[in-house]
Structures are given as C-alpha cells and as structure tokens.
Design a binder for this molecule. Structure first.
Ligand code: NAD
Length: 349
C-alpha cells in the first residue's frame, strides 16, 4: 500500500440519547454564550434539545438552503447582538451551511447536532449564494469541532426527505470509490456505508421509526461525509452543483435523481467502484441497481419532475464540460448531453 491521507481534528459522539451530553460538551469546548442555528421547521427540535440539556443559547431559526447571503447576514447580526462565542447548528446541511458561513466571519467553534444524512457536518467545505451564484471554499475554521449523532433525532425525518438525503449520502460514497484521491480507508468507509444504505433505506420506508435502521443511515452519512472530505468528488457533484446553482434544483433530490446516470457515464472506466457497489448491494449492473433502489424507495423520477427545463439541458452540459475537475472518464459534450437527457426523462439508465 502507498497512500496519503489527511485526518481532521474533531470529536464525534454517536449513539441513542447522547444528545443529552450537549451541556457538558460545550463547556469542555469553552463555549459559554452559544447561538443555536436551525431552519424554521427545525426550531422546535432545537429548542427542545437546548432545554433538555439546560443550555442557554441565543436562537437563529431562519436557516435556508444554499446559505443565501442575506440569510447569513441575519444570522451574523443575531450572533453579534448576543455576543456569541460559539455556534450550535441543529439540523441538516442547511443549518450547518449557515453555521459554516458564520464561522468564516469568526463566529466559531461549531457544534453540529445532525438530523439529516447530508454529511456536511463532516466536511471543511463552505459556500454561500449571492445573486444566484454559489461560491465558497475550504477551511479548517469551518469544520465542526464536535458532531453529535443521535439517531432518535432522526425518527421523525419524513420518509421522502430520508430517501433523498440517504441517496445524497450514497452519492458521496460512490464518487469516493472512483476518486483519484481514494485510499484503502476511503474504500472501506464507502463500501460499508453503501451496504448499510442499501439494507436500511428500504426498511425505513416501511418502518420510519426503526432505531437500528436510523442508526445505520446516520452512521453511513457520517462515513459518506468523511469519504467526501478525504477523496474529493467528481462529475456527479459538479453536475449537481450546476443544476442546483444555475437552475435552482433542490439539493438532495437532484443527487437522488442524477446518481445512476452519472454512474452509467463512468461505468466503463470505473470497474473497481462498480464491482464494490455490486458486491455491497448484491446485484449486477451497479447503475441500474442504484436506479432500481431509488425507484423502489420512492425517489423522484427524472430531473423534469424537479422542475428542470428541457431547454436548459444544453447550457447545463456546456457548464459541466467546461468546469475543471477530476473525473475517471473525461466529460465530453455529446456524452454529457445524452446523460442529462436520460436523467431528465427519468428512463432507466
Ligand atoms: P436541509 O438541512 O434543508 O433539511 C431538509 C428539510 O428537512 C428541512 O426542511 C429541515 O427543516 C427538515 N429536517 C431536518 N431534520 C429533520 C428531522 N429530524 N425531522 C424532521 N424534519 C427535519 O437539507 P439537507 O439536504 O440536509 O442539506 C442541504 C444543504 O446542505 C444544501 O445547502 C447543500 O448545499 C448543503 N450541503 C453541503 C455539504 C458540504 O460539505 N458543504 C454537503 C452536503 C450538503
């Protein structure tokens, strides 16, 4: 073996009921005046967590997806007014995204209490959206110092969000398997997570409050976030970035729809990744198997169902081909356009 692996400084607490340790954990981090960040829908959950742990915190419950600049401004002014010395992000990628943008402006450290499968809490990647353009970067300053995963907090995550969020996490693992920076640890984490998602996601659709399956999905999302950080992402993430940033498509849903088509595009050169996936999900033809999994659990069908205009496909293909990034198969315009057309219609890849 011969590899380079960068490991990040952070503490992860995982287990049912462990959110109750929040109070002592933030004290250990030296945080005395935190501000809690959530989406409007997550405000009650955040309040209940803070109250149960006797944590006194200022509140900002207006977090929005893709960290719009105006939303970040509002969060920053709430943090300034309360003289916050730390941020508790309670929710999914949207709450974490606002906390990361605040950390860029020196409101840190971040404690993340994770309630979806986005994996953002595991990455040092931040972004902000201003006038329709999403920009960002990477910094250790925005990496949450502490992440609490308590499966009980995800029992009420609605099934459609659970499905698209878990497929978002699956995408991190699939792209990690054909990344140029993959290493043996990435392979192990990605393959374990793919196996757990394939096993537990269909069960969650049947039984949304199965703690064991919620635990599996949350653990898989943690691994997915670590894979994304270590390995770096490829065509799928670039394409989702274009579709989300330029055409306003929703984050997790776009990942859920597009993944099998990107896999089909890459399959002829990504033999290792495809065989690992086929082994983990115990089915041949990885792109078709992932498509079938998505359809079986009720994932949206086709980009057109997400509001993608058919006349935008050419522009999207050009943007995807012209951006610089690693992918195992060089993106060329005709192939990418075929991929997008198939993904738009929702036909089997
Ligand atoms: P989200 O955070 O917007 O959550 C989706 C919805 O689920 C919200 O309405 C939220 O209130 C609700 N919700 C969350 N937890 C719940 C629970 N336990 N019960 C009931 N409802 C709950 O969506 P997301 O997909 O987690 O995050 C998307 C955002 O994360 C995007 O902005 C994306 O760009 C970002 N992201 C960033 C990274 C990164 O590494 N920087 C990685 C992945 C995603």
């Amino acid at each position: 073996m011969n590899f380079t692996s960068v490991q990040l400084p952070r503490r992860i607490i995982f287990g049912t009921g462990r959110v109750s340790e929040l109070g002592e954990e933030i004290k250990a981090l030296g945080i005395s005046r935190p501000i809690a960040v959530s989406t409007p829908g997550g405000a009650n959950r955040a309040n209940a967590i803070l109250e149960a742990s006797s944590v006194v915190a200022a509140r900002f419950n207006g977090a929005e997806m893709h960290a719009p600049a105006e939303c970040v401004e509002r969060a920053l002014s709430a943090a300034k007014n309360s003289d916050a010395d730390g941020v508790i992000a309670c929710g999914g990628g949207s709450a974490v995204g606002i906390a990361k943008a605040m950390a860029v402006s020196s409101y840190r450290p971040i404690v993340a209490i994770t309630t979806t499968y986005s994996g953002s809490e595991m990455t040092p990647v931040y972004s902000m959206t201003r006038e329709g353009a999403k920009t960002g970067g990477q910094s250790i300053d925005v990496l949450p110092k502490l992440v609490i995963y308590d499966p009980e907090l995800t029992l009420d995550l609605p099934v459609p969000i659970s499905v698209t969020s878990a497929l978002n996490s699956l995408a991190h693992c699939v792209e990690g398997l054909y990344s140029i920076q993959r290493d043996p640890m990435v392979d192990r984490m990605a393959s374990d997570a793919i196996g757990l998602i394939a096993k537990s996601l269909p069960r969650i659709v049947e039984q949304p409050n199965s703690v064991v399956d919620r635990e599996n999905l949350l653990y898989a999302s943690c691994l997915g976030g670590m894979v994304m950080t270590s390995a770096g992402m490829a065509l799928h993430h670039k394409a989702c970035h274009v579709l989300g940033g330029t055409f306003g498509l929703p984050h997790a849903e776009t990942h859920a729809v597009l993944l099998p088509y990107v896999m089909r595009y890459n399959a002829s050169v990504a033999h290792h990744a495809m065989s690992v996936i086929e082994h983990e999900i115990k089915q041949p033809d990885a792109p078709f198997a992932i498509y079938s999994l998505g359809q079986a659990v009720g994932a949206p069908r086709g980009l057109k169902a997400l509001g993608m205009p058919e006349e935008g496909l050419n522009k999207a293909a050009e943007m995807i081909v012209n951006a610089p990034y690693y992918n195992p198969r060089t993106p060329e315009i005709a192939g990418i356009l075929d991929m997008l057309r198939a993904a738009w219609s929702g036909e089997a890849p």
